[in-house]
Design a protein around this ligand. Structure first.
Ligand code: ZN
Length: 458
């Protein structure tokens, strides 16, 4: 078959599969992308041709950074495609572009913001030729899928080597991420936080204690969180680069938002990040960096950040009867610790729900919960009751017992319906920390109960 016929058939197959899944009320499958690729293995290159694409990869913050970018681009009148469902492997990305192409395979939109799995980067970027690649950070995550964090780093590096024309936006504060600038011809722009943040603890669970080049233990001039901060290797001299897009002061952090000052290519601006927590300040500065690297005015992004709202369970609010419910996705120790620190910073009484599944998308290995600092909330007098739920609820319960949570304050909930009822009956705000597949399941149940649309239909 000629190339263009294969493209036409691939696009048609993708759209038919998506339509079929929608009719059957099913979401989150790789079928539409696989259908398209069955006709044309590299169809993604055709259906993204000529588009200006920003790709976001890294362990934590991909989805939120993408939402920030998409929000600013759409608000500024740029018709933007995004893989909102979090389908971030090659078939999912392919499906999103193919579904937004004409029958002949020409893209309809001019811009795209794509979240890409670290391991899939080397498959995706040679086909979409990104204008900008953002790497958020590297933490230990889903060990049984990718092995050590160094292996993930090498996978990202392999992907970047395939697209020397792409501009890299790298987190200057992450010694692993910023090492990607070595040995690649790409233009590099660094972003970061120039000042220490909050309490300096949990440094001991660092995922990158030793120099990526020579193995010597890093020294730090300041820490932001986990292994991020002003690292310097006393032996070989590898050190944090001076970021050209940087948070220069953190003026306030509340449960609603954070107010900071950012220096963007030498110009200082006051920025309100409309969602709370330190890691969202990182996502915001990454988004500003990528936005300006793509050639768009930073004022647009700054304006948009003030009213960007949490999306897709990463930090999402529900009103369930009289109860306020906030859901925060956690999937590794560093992200979990940030979410727990956020709960502790609220200073008001609350109930918590910890959800743990161990399915394929969760990476099977749940041992990371033993590295997360649950102790900090289990001893928090503001935390009144804890509910645990999911395939591995008992493991979570055990972990909390070791964190000294009083046994009479932990309830193991069997079904999602029961959990929903417990949350509805709560007199206090409820904070739910699920891992990936438990988040999807809970999102469906909560969506049904509150009338919110299921996310893949949005
Ligand atoms: Zn060194």
């Amino acid at each position: 078959m000629a190339g263009n016929i294969r493209t036409v058939l691939g696009v048609a197959a993708c759209k038919a599969a998506r339509w079929g899944l929608r009719v059957m009320k099913r979401g989150g499958t790789t079928l539409p992308g696989r259908a398209a690729m069955a006709f044309d293995k590299n169809i993604l290159e055709t259906v993204s041709r000529g588009m200006e694409v920003i790709v976001v990869t890294g362990t934590n913050g991909k989805t939120t950074t993408c939402r920030m970018l998409e929000h600013a681009m759409t608000a500024s009148g740029r018709d933007t495609l995004a893989n909102k469902s979090g389908a971030n492997l090659l078939p999912g990305v392919t499906a999103e572009f193919a579904a937004n192409a004409t029958a002949g395979g020409r893209p309809v939109k001019k811009y795209a913001v794509i979240e890409c799995d670290e391991g899939a980067l080397k498959q995706v970027v040679p086909l979409v030729h990104p204008k900008v690649i953002v790497v958020t950070n590297l933490f230990r995550d889903q060990l049984d899928r990718y092995g050590e964090v160094m292996h993930t780093l090498e996978q990202i590096r392999t992907g970047i080597r395939l697209v020397p024309e792409s501009i890299l936006c790298l987190n200057a504060d992450c010694s692993l991420t910023s090492s990607l600038a070595q040995d690649v011809p790409n233009q590099v722009i660094y972003y970061g936080i120039d000042v220490p943040v909050g309490e300096q603890k949990n440094v001991e669970i660092s995922d990158a204690r030793y120099c990526v080049n020579c193995g010597t233990e890093y020294q730090y001039t300041f820490h932001t969180y986990a292994h991020l901060g002003g690292f310097v290797c006393p032996k070989c001299g590898y050190h944090r680069a001076d970021p050209s897009v940087a948070v220069t002061s953190i003026d306030s952090m509340t449960a609603r938002d954070s107010r900071v000052h950012m220096k963007i290519n030498g110009i200082s601006s006051a920025v309100t990040v409309g969602i709370p927590a330190v890691y969202n300040i990182y996502n915001a500065v990454a988004a500003v960096c990528a936005y300006t690297a793509a050639g768009f005015p930073p004022e647009e992004m700054i304006r948009s950040l003030a009213d960007v709202h949490s999306s897709f369970g990463r930090m999402e609010n529900f009103r369930l009867g009289q109860t306020n419910v906030q859901m925060i996705l956690v999937k590794n120790p560093a992200g979990c610790n940030q979410a727990l620190a956020y709960l502790k910073s609220l200073g008001e009484p609350y109930n918590a729900v910890f959800c743990l599944n161990d399915r394929t998308a969760d990476g099977h290995d749940i041992s990371w919960i033993w590295d997360a600092d649950f102790e900090q909330v289990c001893k928090d007098p503001q935390l009144h009751h804890i509910y645990v739920w999911g395939d591995r609820a008992e493991d979570m319960q055990l972990r909390l017992k070791y964190a000294d949570a009083p046994e009479d304050r932990i309830t193991c909930v069997r079904t999602s319906e029961e959990l929903l009822q417990k949350m509805q009956e709560s007199q206090l705000p409820v904070f739910v920390l699920p891992n990936y597949t438990s988040m999807l399941e809970l999102r469906r149940v909560l969506g049904g109960a509150t009338g919110k649309q299921e996310f893949w239909k949005g």
